[in-house]
Design a protein around this ligand. Structure first.
Ligand code: NAD
Length: 302
C-alpha cells in the first residue's frame, strides 16, 4: 500500500473513528475540527491535529469531510478547500446532505479541476469505529476505482449509485427506511411491555423472526441485548435525533419535489420533530422509545 496524505475535516461521532482507521491503515492523516476535544481524540488515535482546514489540505492527496449538514459542506468546500488543496487531490464528502447542495459542490470542484464525490455512509458509529461502513457514491464513473481505494480502510462495501448527487439520494432513501423501522421497533417494544413480555426476550424472538431489521439486531433501543448500542449508555453519542430529523426532512423535501408518495416517512419526521422539540435532539435517535413509553422523566435532556 502506498502511504497517502489525507486531510480529514470533521472529527465528530463518525469522523473521529473514520479518521482513526485511515491512520491505522498507515496513512498520514492531517485532522481538523472546530472542537478541541475532537482534535485531542484524533491525536490519541494516531492522526496529526492541525489548526485550520487550509493547513490540513495544503498538500493532501485525498480530502475527506464528515460535517453536520449541507450549509457546513458548502461553506467549507467553497471557502476553505477549493483553491487551497492541490487540484490533484481527490475530494470526498462523506456527510449526509441534500442532493442539490452535493451537485452544487461537485460543480464548483469540477470547475476548479478537482475530482469530487458525494460518498455518504451507512452503519453508524460502531461501523465508523470498526471500519465497516457502507458507502454510497455519486461520482464520474472514471473516478470510481480510486475513490473505492481511498475509502477502503473505512469500508466493508462501496457502491457507485450514479453521477454526482446519486450517493446522497441513495442515503436519504436508506435513512427513511431506518427512521421508520426504528419507530416500528420502539412501538413494538412498548406494546410488548404493556402485554407483559420481557423486551429482552422480545429481542431474542424478533431478531430471528420476520420483524428483524438493523434497528433490532444492531441497534436495539432497549438496553442489554446489543451491548454496543447507545441504549446501554443512556443514548449518549450514536446518531443524534437532530441528525435523523435532518435526513427525514431531506427525504420529505425530495419526495415533494419528485412527487413520490411517502406517508410513513412524513409521520416519522413528525414524531422525531416532536422528540427534538421536547429537548432531546442531542440524544441518539433510538431514545424515542422512552417518549413512546412515557418515561422521559428518566432521560436527561441535551
Ligand atoms: P457530529 O456532530 O458528531 O460531528 C460533526 C463534527 O463536525 C463536529 O465535531 C463539529 O465540530 C465538526 N464541524 C462542524 N463544522 C465544522 C467546520 N466548519 N470545520 C471543521 N469541523 C466542523 O456528527 P456525526 O454524527 O459525526 O455526523 C456527521 C455526518 O455524518 C452528518 O452529516 C450525519 O448525518 C452523518 N451520519 C451520521 C451517522 C451517525 O450514526 N452519527 C451515521 C451516518 C451518517
Amino acid at each position: 500500500m502506498t502511504t497517502k496524505k489525507i486531510a480529514f475535516i470533521g472529527l465528530g461521532n463518525m469522523g473521529g473513528g473514520m479518521a482513526a482507521n485511515q491512520a491505522k491503515a498507515g496513512h498520514a492523516v492531517a485532522a481538523f475540527d472546530l472542537s478541541q476535544a475532537a482534535l485531542d481524540r484524533a491525536k490519541g488515535a494516531g492522526c496529526m491535529p492541525v489548526a485550520s482546514v487550509a493547513e490540513a489540505v495544503k498538500d493532501a492527496d485525498i480530502v475527506i469531510t464528515m460535517l453536520p449538514a449541507g450549509p457546513h459542506v458548502l461553506k467549507v468546500y467553497s471557502e476553505q478547500i477549493i483553491g487551497a488543496a492541490p487540484t490533484s487531490a481527490l475530494l470526498l464528502d462523506c456527510s449526509t446532505i441534500d442532493v442539490d447542495t452535493a451537485r452544487k459542490v461537485a460543480g464548483l470542484a469540477k470547475e476548479a479541476g478537482y475530482a469530487f464525490a458525494d460518498a455518504p455512509v451507512s452503519g453508524g458509529t460502531m461501523a465508523a469505529d470498526a471500519g465497516t461502513l457502507a458507502f454510497m457514491v455519486g461520482c464520474d464513473e472514471a473516478d470510481f476505482a480510486r475513490i473505492e481505494a481511498a475509502l477502503e480502510p473505512m469500508s466493508r462495501a462501496t457502491f457507485r449509485a450514479g453521477d454526482h448527487g446519486a450517493g446522497q439520494a441513495a442515503k436519504i432513501c436508506n435513512n427513511m427506511i431506518l427512521g421508520i423501522t426504528m419507530l416500528g421497533t420502539c412501538e413494538a417494544i412498548g406494546l410488548a411491555e404493556k402485554l407483559g413480555l420481557d423486551p429482552v426476550k422480545m429481542f431474542d424472538i424478533v431478531s430471528k423472526s420476520s420483524g428483524q431489521s438493523w434497528s433490532t439486531t444492531t441497534y436495539y433501543p432497549w438496553p442489554g441485548p446489543v451491548p454496543t448500542a447507545p441504549s446501554n449508555r443512556n443514548y449518549d453519542g450514536g446518531f443524534a435525533t437532530t441528525m435523523m430529523l435532518k435526513d427525514l426532512k431531506l427525504a420529505q423535501d425530495a419526495a415533494a419535489k419528485s412527487g413520490a408518495s411517502t406517508p410513513l416517512g412524513a409521520q416519522t419526521e413528525a414524531l422525531f420533530q416532536m422528540f427534538d422539540g421536547m429537548g432531546y435532539g442531542g440524544r441518539d435517535f433510538s431514545a424515542i422509545l422512552q417518549m413512546l413509553r412515557g418515561k422521559l422523566e428518566e432521560l436527561p435532556k441535551t
